[in-house]
Design a binder for this molecule. Structure first.
Ligand code: NI
Length: 213
């Protein structure tokens, strides 16, 4: 088996019990989307593929404690040390850490995987994942008494247990303007629009009859 296929099997085995929207199928979509963007942007396909496959295995949302699964896997694969470090650097630069700590990746490969990960948080799939994540974390779907707020630090963002609709206003609707590559910017426009019209419909349905109270 080649390295990519072995890495696919490794990641599948780790994410079998995830119901928070970070399951294997999320990784699979990010992997395909990353390769699609990489082709258009002339990036290193191997680095993009490996980083996309491993981008969530040490994510703070999935693990209670700090882990080094990606690093340990790359060592086990006996990859060249320089390439290992390039892949690990991409992964570390990819995650969104709350509004105050946005990292712009330093390489085109990092920019692509970050774009693909963010695109999977948008649109119809983004909506489905957001509610799955909210449910898995015991969040209300919506609470009209809690207005959205933009968090200044990663810790604040992480500790606030707001309802799921707020997550659209606090994070997801901001992502369209944070895309790095031209290819992702184009893909993000439609996905953004789907969320805007979903929120319009959600609010309209929620408020039916409220003018009569
Ligand atoms: Ni991800």
């Amino acid at each position: 088996m080649d390295l990519i296929s072995r890495t696919v099997e490794f990641v599948k085995s780790l994410s079998a019990d995830d119901f928070s929207g970070h399951d294997w199928w999320h990784v699979s979509r990010v992997y395909r989307l990353s390769k699609f963007i990489a082709e258009k942007e002339n990036a290193n396909m191997f680095l993009v593929s490996m980083a996309a496959l491993l981008h969530d295995v040490d994510d703070w949302k999935l693990n209670k404690h700090e882990s080094f699964r990606a690093k340990e896997w790359l060592i086990q694969c006996d990859l060249d040390k320089k390439i290992q470090n390039e892949i690990l650097k991409i992964i570390s630069e990819v995650s969104f850490r709350g509004s105050g700590e946005v990292i712009i990746p330093s390489t085109i490969e990092g920019k692509i995987v970050q774009d693909a990960d963010r695109l999977d948080a948008l649109g119809a799939i983004g909506i489905a994942r957001t509610f799955a994540y909210g449910g898995a974390n015991k969040r209300e779907i919506y609470n009209p008494e809690q207005a959205p707020e933009i968090h200044k630090t990663f810790d604040e963002y992480k500790s606030k247990q707001s309802h799921t609709i707020n997550h659209f206003y606090e994070k997801l609707l901001l992502l369209k303007d944070l895309m790095n590559t031209e290819t992702a910017k184009k893909l993000a426009i439609k996905r953004h629009q789907i969320m805007v019209s979903f929120l319009d419909d959600f609010n309209a349905e929620w408020n039916v009859g409220s003018e009569n109270i």
